[in-house]
Each structure stands twice: as structure tokens, then as C-alpha cells.
Design a protein around this ligand. Structure first.
Ligand code: NOJ
Length: 489
């Protein structure tokens, strides 16, 4: 019987697979579900609890699959529904749960609803944009539909028209899609761009921004204060419908792109929401402490956040926290209390690649989506026998096969930390520590890491059970840049 007070996801580690870049099984240069299934032993060997698949639905791929043209099927480039079922069964057989990505804010412009049910979308009542809203990737959030001559809203690319969640038909149709996957055995969903779901019913102009945005945005998008174009106070109506479609036992993780203090209305219906303040935090003690405190605030989300330091939308970990700090980043994410997400390739320290030529993503995110490196001795790192859709770029510490054979590798650190977190007793407390050093207590364990630019004194600690770089046993007096440890007491 599932225990509602202690659900499986409470301290779970979820591994994000970006299917197009994980493993190609048929030589067409793009990853697919049979490839993911083949590599599940690697994922399971990390000790993770679940796999989150970025979208695999039929899609014209204007936004890497976040432009869905059918919510109840698999894109042929990724395989078939039978491949999905086989993948799901393999994951379950290895004790891992599976999360899908659901994209409820918009469809692809090629979804049949756009022609057959135009009322399910948001239209301007004039011959031009209804207001001054700007799309997330820049440019006006309104485009003219060449067929009908009317203007429609798109919070993202023009190929992604926004659904009108004030229309009860939408609140019935989309949740059915969640049920479709739950019936197949899916355990949860990462819910895309959920703060965009509901807008001002009168579609009023956004006022000009009065300061820098709370979280990083496209510079043009950041010129407005998004008080009307997102995060409507009655978002709960839509979220309740999504929850009804998913059912009570299904994990719903919100991609709510707001500071932690704004997550309350979302957490009334979702289980957890990503902690984007920590994701985007500067790599220093004051900023990281503040982000953690905001996410654990009893008057705010009270710890109902999912930690995440990396995904397919932003520069890869070494490029954001600084090369040499990726072990400390792993130590931080994997020892905080609560659900944590790991993006494929983080466990081998993959950094940004050169991107596609010509670019595949117009907003420049190719660099964060290069194929997984399995074996440096194989063509394209073992990702494909064909021509990879994005070039395969080596990881600094070597591919999975190299790191597997080296107990001092980053890969082994991930595995050990994931195992170690299982032994943490409840409880979390930030501790005082020397300048540049972050320290916190997890039950009987203490986590210490140097976030500063150089060497720092280590606070006194008892037995070190895992060090990011060095030996266990006696606690060190000093920590080099990017070093840290977990001690017992
Ligand atoms: C967030 C997704 O992670 C991103 O890749 C996508 O472009 C937008 N949502 C729009 O769906």
C-alpha cells in the first residue's frame, strides 16, 4: 500500500533522459526509445528511483518536441507505443519509475485541434496583436494565422499556439491525455511551463519591468513585468483538472518558472515544483544559502521543491558553476532533503558542446543537448552508428566506460552519493562555517563544501564517509576549490 505521508518520491533521485540525445538504436543519428531501453542498466546502476523522459510525442520539432501534435502517441523518430511499453516494462523491472513530460500550455500548430477546435486557443479580437506581450524567446507573443487571417497567442515559438484553459473543453481534453499514459503504467509527469497556463482573462498589457527579473529571461522578454501574461491567480482551476486526469497517486512535478515564494498556488495541486532559485544561484555561499532557505521556508514551499541544477534549457553544469566545481555541485544537489533531478551526462561531467551547424534550436540551446558519451573508443562516443543529429563531444573525465573503470571518477561519486543519501536520518540545518564554505547537517551527517574561488579552511568534522576528491576517514583541515565531503557527525 502506498503511504500518503511518505510517498515514493519524497527523497527520490530522478534522472532526466533527453531521448533524442541518449542512445540511437537504428543508425538514423537520433536517439530513440529502444536506445533508452538498452541503456537502462547504466541508469539503474546509478541507484536512481525514476527516469523522466523529455517529450517523445509526435512533433514537428520546432521546439525539440515541446510542440506536440498528438498527446497520445509516440513520434516515429523515437519508435512506437510498443517500444514505449517495452521501455516502461524494462524500467519497472529494474525498480525505476517513469515520468513523462506533459506540455499543457500549448500544442504544436500542427495539432489537429488548431484547425478542428480553434476555440481551444487564445485569439485576438482585432486584426493585430491583442496586447504588448512578448514571447519567452523574444518577439511578439502574437502571430497571424495565414489560413484564418486571425491572430493567435503563443507564449513560446509561433509554432506553439497557447491553449485557452478558460475553455472547459481544454480542461477536459488535456487531462484525458494524462490518463492515457497513466493507464499504460506511467508513474508521474513533469508538467511543462505551468506558470503560463492561465493568463489575465482580459488579456491586458503587461507593464514595463521596473528591475531585473527574479530568474533569468530572454532580454526582450525581461523588458516587461509579467503580471498579466502568466501566473493568473485562478490557475488552480486548470491545475485541478490536470490532477484529476493524472489521479491522486501520480507524481506531478511543476516546471513553475517563479521564485520559491510564488509556488504556493501550484503546490495546492502539484506534488513538488522545481527550485529554480538554486538552479540559477550564483556559486557563492550567501546566494546558495538564500536559495536553499527560500525553498525550505515553512511560510513558502516548505520543502516541497525538487532540486535541479541542470537541464536541457540552460548551459551545462561545468559551464554554469565553473569547471572544477561539478563535484561540489553533485555533492550539494544529492545531499539536500527532498526530490532531486539529475540531467543525463551530469554524472560524467558533460560540458557545453559547439551546438548544431546549422542550429537546430533557434534560441541557442543545442549546446546543452549533445549526445551522451558512452565509450570514447567507439564512433560518436557509442551514441550512434550513423551521423549524429548534433556532434558528439567528449567529456573532460572521459565517457561512461572510462569513468566506470576509475573508482576516483565523477561517475563513482554520483553513485556513492546516491547510495549515501539513503542513510541520512531526517532533519536539515544550515551550519556556520568558515568564509567560502557551505555546511549543513542532514540527520547525523554533516555536508561541507567549498564554494569559494580558492582554498578554504574546513570546519572541524568527525569521520569523513565520502570526499569529493580524496580519502575518507580523518577530516581534512583545508578544502581546495570545488572540494567537499560528507562526514558522520
Ligand atoms: C520548458 C521546456 O523545458 C523547454 O525546452 C521548452 O522550450 C519550453 N518549456 C516550452 O515548452
Amino acid at each position: 500500500m502506498p503511504d500518503a505521508r511518505n510517498p515514493w518520491w519524497r527523497d527520490a533521485v530522478v534522472y532526466q533522459v533527453y531521448p533524442r540525445s541518449f542512445q540511437d538504436s537504428d543508425g538514423d543519428g537520433e536517439g530513440d526509445l529502444a536506445g533508452v531501453a538498452r541503456r537502462l542498466d547504466h541508469v539503474a546502476s546509478l541507484g536512481v528511483d525514476a527516469v523522466w523522459l523529455s517529450p517523445i510525442y509526435p512533433s514537428p520539432m520546432a521546439d525539440g518536441g515541446y510542440d506536440v501534435s498528438d498527446y497520445e502517441d509516440v513520434d516515429p523518430r523515437f519508435g512506437t507505443l510498443a517500444d514505449f511499453d517495452a521501455f516502461l516494462a524494462r524500467a519497472h523491472a529494474r525498480g525505476m519509475r517513469v515520468l513523462m513530460d506533459v506540455v499543457p500550455c500549448h500544442t504544436s500548430i500542427e495539432h489537429r485541434w488548431f484547425r478542428e477546435h480553434p476555440d481551444r486557443y487564445v485569439w485576438s479580437d482585432r486584426d493585430g496583436p491583442q496586447n504588448n506581450w512578448i514571447g519567452t524567446f523574444g518577439g511578439p507573443a502574437w502571430s497571424k494565422d495565414p489560413r484564418s487571417g486571425r491572430w493567435y497567442l503563443h507564449s513560446f515559438y509561433p509554432e506553439q499556439p497557447d491553449l485557452d484553459w478558460r475553455n472547459p473543453e481544454v480542461r477536459q481534453a488535456m487531462p484525458r491525455a494524462l490518463g492515457f499514459w497513466v493507464d499504460r503504467g506511467v508513474d508521474g509527469f513533469r508538467v511543462d511551463a505551468i506558470d503560463r497556463l492561465m493568463k489575465d482573462p482580459e488579456l491586458r498589457d503587461d507593464p514595463p519591468a521596473t528591475g531585473p527579473p527574479a530568474l533569468p529571461l530572454h532580454p526582450e522578454h525581461a523588458t516587461l513585468e509579467h503580471v498579466h501574461s502568466r501566473n493568473a491567480p485562478d490557475v488552480g482551476v486548470a491545475l485541478a483538472a490536470l490532477r484529476a486526469g493524472a489521479g491522486d497517486g501520480t507524481l506531478l512535478v511543476g516546471e513553475v518558472y517563479l521564485p520559491s515564494a510564488g509556488l504556493g498556488p501550484y503546490l495546492e495541486h502539484l506534488d513538488v515544483a522545481f527550485a529554480f532559485e538554486l538552479f540559477h544561484s550564483q556559486w557563492n555561499v550567501a546566494a546558495v544559502r538564500a536559495a536553499i532557505e527560500a525553498a525550505l521556508d515553512p511560510a513558502g514551499p516548505a520543502g516541497r521543491v525538487a532540486w535541479v541544477l541542470s537541464n536541457h534549457d540552460f548551459p551545462r553544469l561545468p559551464d554554469r558553476v565553473g569547471h572544477g566545481n561539478e563535484r561540489a555541485a553533485a555533492l550539494l544537489a544529492l545531499t539536500l532533503p527532498g526530490t532531486v533531478f539529475v540531467y543525463q551526462g551530469d554524472e560524467i561531467g558533460m560540458a557545453d558542446g559547439p551546438g548544431g551547424d546549422p542550429p537546430r534550436d533557434r534560441w541557442g540551446r543545442d549546446a546543452f543537448r549533445h549526445p551522451m558519451r558512452w565509450d570514447d573508443a567507439e564512433p560518436h562516443g557509442g551514441f550512434t552508428t550513423g551521423d549524429p543529429w548534433l556532434p558528439s563531444t567528449p567529456a573532460e573525465g572521459g565517457a561512461v566506460a572510462t569513468q566506470e573503470a576509475n573508482p576516483a571518477s565523477l561517475l563513482h561519486l554520483y553513485r556513492d552519493l546516491i547510495a549515501l543519501r539513503r542513510s541520512f536520518a531526517p532533519g536539515f540545518e544550515l551550519l556556520d562555517a568558515p568564509e567560502g564554505v557551505l555546511a549543513f547537517r542532514r540527520g547525523e551527517h554533516v555536508v561541507v563544501l567549498n564554494l569559494g574561488p580558492g582554498e578554504a579552511p574546513a570546519p572541524p568534522a568527525k569521520e569523513v564517509v565520502r570526499h569529493t576528491h580524496g580519502a575518507t576517514g580523518k577530516a581534512p583541515d583545508r578544502l581546495g576549490r570545488g572540494e567537499g565531503f560528507v562526514s558522520k557527525g
